[in-house]
Design a protein around this ligand. Structure first.
Ligand code: ATP
Ligand code: MG
Length: 563
């Protein structure tokens, strides 16, 4: 069971509207993505907000594709968006809706505005439109085409639709006020010519409605009550209201909230598309991407993403959330749910001289100390084991409590071992560490009360299975990737070391059956998820997060147990 959601200013508005019966007790939201890319964690915030409100108020939430830019949109994106919303755990009302389903109606509404004298066809070039628009401090200038008669406008708009004019030669504009203090209200374009094939309507149309015109009418047609969008659209609200009022149709309330910004990350589909197209990443679902599909492949759960969205809350203040907040939400969950196992990523061989040749034992290991109910498993032990290279030093620095000549440590769930010698190759590198073990310490406790300061993990060499392990860091080195030197763009802040691939890691045999998308804690190393695109023979383990918040330059270091 998830906790009851926190309230926020949007829920307070809804509470008030319910009290006053503003929408006859209805709550109906929508999530309106443009199918021009995969969804990212920012969209998750909007999804949790809109679908969460519908769920909690026993209302409805529509999934509506805002598909008015045919050149950039595709069926692939539509499918990915549906999959991601469902994976996050939400169900949309009825069927998915499409703005393109309303093209006929939108056209009729545009004609209605023309007939009212509230829209006109303008022949200014894009450049001139910009020049005539004015600035924040100066009013705009009226287009010379503003005075066209209704009949002429109707004729020209009809011919625009029939494809008689070139792209960019004419637009239909709302006739509002060229001196309006809000520039959005200075006769904005509401229809443009685009001779492009649409992924759903094909070549039926060569004119397409603009976002502002489409969005409010789509909300109205679907009888949305609360149309929630990000703060950038605050200036568009008067236009939203103007269109609906001029047409005299059902009028939802637009409410703006602050979008999610996440440190060390870009959250713009345009930029994410650039990373994909220019092959900085392997695809939209690359485990380093902040997309829903990337986070999923990395190993995030829907619960952890919903928990994150709940934690960050909803406000009117723009801010940047630290990536560690997202990481903590999956850490907290997996601490409770993930089975612990042992894996050695950078092995060094340890030979236990006094352990009988050919002997094997099965030792009991706890699957999750946080949850005894998760039981125990058997871990095989034998004379030759692997430990992490980092856990041994021939010449230990101060406060090094792990293995070094003469020192005794605990092998997790196994025995105390003491280093007695090392074997080196011709170039002086250590190839084997020799130890003795104390048979009386089976299970990891000494009957005589002798203490050791370090406990390390290990894998029996004869029983180990192998797998590939991928360790990730952030895609960008800067907290704000947009902060660049002059003349450079966000790509100049990419982290050249965002992934480290360990092709052969040694894993305890329990992991032989790890299924795709299963999640594990590798003791001391972090939480890992079996890549959903792993080949069957060699699993690939993506590190989701380290055990502690130590990714800033320390991502490959071990968590050290000191007891
Ligand atoms: P982007 O800026 O990534 O290109 P967008 O706003 O163009 O995103 P849409 O497909 O139009 O993408 O977004 C669908 C919905 O998701 C919109 O209601 C938008 O407000 C919301 N949304 C997009 N990005 C964020 C974000 N970073 N935080 C919260 N909501 C977001
Ligand atoms: Mg948008």
């Amino acid at each position: 069971m998830e906790k009851a959601p926190n309230t926020n200013f949007i829920r307070e508005i809804i509470d008030k509207d319910l009290e006053t019966s503003k929408y006859a007790g209805r709550v109906h939201t929508r999530f309106p993505p443009e199918p021009n890319g995969y969804l990212h964690i920012g969209h998750a915030k909007s999804i949790c907000l809109n679908f969460g409100i519908a769920r909690d108020y026993k209302g409805l939430c529509n999934l509506r594709f805002d598909d008015t830019n045919p050149e950039k949109e595709s069926e692939e994106y539509v499918n990915s968006i549906e999959r991601d919303v469902q994976w996050l755990g939400f169900k949309w009302n009825d069927v998915p809706y499409y703005a393109s389903d309303y093209f006929d109606k939108l056209y009729e509404y545009a004609v209605a505005l023309i007939k009212k004298g509230k829209a006109y066809v303008c022949d200014l070039s894009a450049d001139d439109v910009r020049k005539y628009r004015g600035t924040l401090t100066e009013p705009g200038k009226e287009s010379p085409y503003r005075g066209r008669s209704i009949d002429e406008n109707l004729d020209l708009f009809d011919r625009m639709r029939k494809g008689e004019f070139e792209e960019g030669s004419r637009v239909l504009r709302a006739k509002i006020d060229m001196a309006h203090p809000n520039i959005t209200m200075r006769d904005p374009a509401i229809y443009r010519i685009k001779k492009a094939t649409h992924h759903r309507t094909g070549d039926k149309w060569c004119i397409y409605p603009m976002y502002d015109f489409t969005h409010c009418i789509s909300d109205s047609i679907e009888k949305i009550t609360h149309s929630i969008c990000t703060l950038e659209f605050e200036n568009n609200r008067p236009l939203y209201d103007w269109v609906l009022d001029e047409l005299g149709i059902y009028h939802p309330q637009q409410i703006e909230f602050a979008r999610l910004n996440l440190s060390h990350t870009v959250l713009s589909k345009r930029k994410l598309l650039q990373l994909v197209e220019q092959k900085y990443v392997s695809g939209w679902d690359d485990p380093r991407m902040p997309t829903i599909s990337g986070l999923r492949r990395r190993g995030y759960t829907p619960e952890s993403i919903r928990d994150f969205c709940e934690k960050i809350g909803v406000s009117k203040m723009n801010s940047t959330i630290e990536l560690v907040v997202l990481e903590n939400s999956i850490r907290e969950e997996l601490n409770k749910t993930a089975s612990r196992v042992m894996a050695v990523l950078r092995p060094i061989k340890v030979v236990i001289d006094n352990y009988p040749d050919g002997k094997e034992e099965e030792l009991d290991a706890q699957n999750n100390p946080e949850d005894p109910g998760m039981g125990t498993r058997k871990v095989p032990f034998s004379k030759v084991i692997y430990i992490e290279k980092d856990d041994f030093r021939e010449e230990p620095p101060k406060k090094f409590h792990r293995l070094f000549p003469g020192n005794e440590v605990r092998l997790r769930y196994a025995y105390f071992i003491k280093c007695v010698s090392v074997v080196k190759n011709a170039s002086g590198e250590i190839t084997e560490v020799h130890c003795t073990y104390d048979p009386a310490t089976r299970g990891g406790d000494s009957p005589d009360g002798r203490k050791v300061k370090g406990t390390i993990h290990w894998v029996s060499a004869a029983h180990a299975v192998t797998g590939e392990v991928r360790l990730y860091e952030t895609l960008f080195t800067k907290r704000n990737p947009e902060e660049t030197e002059e003349g450079k763009d966000f790509l100049s802040n990419m982290n050249p070391n965002s992934v480290e691939v360990i092709t052969t890691a040694y894993l305890e045999p329990y992991l032989r059956t790890a299924r795709a998308e299963s999640r594990w804690q590798f003791e001391r190393l972090g939480y890992f998820c079996v890549d959903m695109k792993s080949p069957k023979e060699t699993p690939i383990f993506n590190r989701i997060v380290s055990l502690k918040d130590n990714w800033r330059g320390l991502s490959s270091s071990l968590t050290v147990w000191v007891r």
